[in-house]
Design a protein around this ligand. Structure first.
Ligand code: BEZ
Length: 211
């Protein structure tokens, strides 16, 4: 059964390039980006894992840990990391889970046989410190993901978890936010002292509250 938004994500123990991982314990009090890729020693995956390595410190500054997975072995991952580091000019020092028996892949519904037979697709799970699923994405093997976009999404998720706001289409940090419909008009000035605009009764905006 697929993991859905708001679900507590399945816990598991698995081997990784950084040693064994007990997933819930490893998440701790962090946000997590857990992403799968189809196969080691493949071109798009090589660029993706390199892109994540380059963003790892930026994610860490926001309290976000990253972890990858494919149905290859940890030994293969370790050999492949050398190629990723060489070709993408990076240091992959985040864990890549080995899942040759497809235990975690099946738990997270990462194998879609009508897309690619018996290999993990490009799944992304953004998980909150409460271990609940906040976002999921599914990409085909032929399209590499935009990890800058995932960073933007995490910034929105962290902001909207703390304040009664939502972020509009194509929002970037620093831009105005939408006041949640659940906030009553009379409560708006007290909750949003930086000011607000009423564009329609259901579309009210305010400067980003935490800046
Ligand atoms: C790739 O990463 O380039 C790839 C992986 C599996 C199937 C097709 C492409």
């Amino acid at each position: 059964m697929a993991v859905r938004l708001g679900d507590i994500v399945p816990d598991f123990t698995a081997e990784s390039t950084q040693g064994p991982i007990r997933f819930h314990e490893w998440i701790g009090n962090n946000w997590v980006i857990f992403f799968s890729h189809p196969k080691d020693f493949t071109p798009v995956c090589t660029t993706e894992l390199g892109a994540v390595a380059k963003l790892k410190d930026k994610f860490a500054q926001k309290g976000v840990k990253v972890v990858a997975l494919s149905v290859d072995s940890v030994d293969d991952h370790k050999k492949w990391i050398k190629d990723i580091n060489e070709t993408q000019s990076c240091v992959v020092d985040y864990p890549i889970i080995g899942d040759p028996e497809r235990k975690v892949a099946n738990l997270y519904d990462m194998i879609h046989p009508n897309a690619i037979d018996n290999l993990t697709i490009r799944s992304v799970f953004v998980i909150g410190p409460d271990k609940k699923l906040k976002l999921t994405l599914t990409y085909p093997a032929s399209t590499g993901r935009n990890f800058d976009e995932l960073f933007r999404v995490v910034e929105s998720l962290q902001l909207t978890a703390k304040y009664s706001v939502a972020t509009p289409a194509n929002w970037k940090p620093g831009q105005d936010c939408i006041i949640s419909p659940s906030v009553k008009d009379e409560d708006v000035p007290g909750k949003f002292p930086k000011g607000h605009k009423v564009i329609k009764p259901y579309l009210r905006t305010t400067p980003q509250p935490n800046l």
